[in-house]
Ligand binder design. Structure first.
Ligand code: SME
Length: 152
């Protein structure tokens, strides 16, 4: 597997900060690093599972989303929470599950955060670039989700 330097650098930065210092708000810190680290990540948020719903936690972007609560099983986010599998959407306008948040969004990736086999949250990233995400983003974000699960 070829790991791009940029992903590795961001992964190492997150690892160092998450595991070497006591963080008051580790989830916000990770959101900030992801948002600042990649231009194509236009909106970055973490949803947490609360009962049968996802509840929006820390986020960064130019606008707030109206989708602060999402029922598990609904939308791209709710699907990933239900199946425990990463969702990659190249063209949001072609995905009937998609819950629209921002006029400019073209593609989306949702990566579940798991403790064992239970989904406890997820990383949701929207991009204004069509088909912005590929397996490199998925593998990278799955590692970040793994680290985050120890902080939820
Ligand atoms: N688009 C998501 C909803 C969350 S916003 O992208 C922030 C979905 O379809 O579930």
């Amino acid at each position: 597997m070829v790991v791009s330097l940029e992903y590795k650098k961001v992964e190492d930065t997150i690892k160092k900060i998450l595991f070497s210092k006591k963080q008051d708000n580790p989830l916000q810190m990770v959101v900030d690093i992801l948002y600042d680290g990649f231009e194509k990540y236009s909106w970055v948020g973490i949803y947490l599972v609360e009962g049968n719903n996802l509840h929006l936690g820390p986020w960064r972007g130019t606008q707030a989303t109206e989708h602060v609560w999402i029922p598990i099983g609904t939308g791209v986010c709710g699907t990933a929470a239900k199946t425990g599998k990463t969702e990659l959407v190249d063209d949001v306008s072609a995905d009937p599950r998609y819950l629209a948040c921002f006029r400019t969004t073209r593609s989306e990736i949702v990566v579940p955060i798991k403790k064992g086999s239970s989904v406890v949250g997820e990383i949701d990233i929207d991009s204004d670039v069509p088909a912005a995400f590929d397996t490199k983003d998925a593998e990278f974000l799955e590692k970040i989700a793994d680290m985050l699960s120890q902080h939820i």
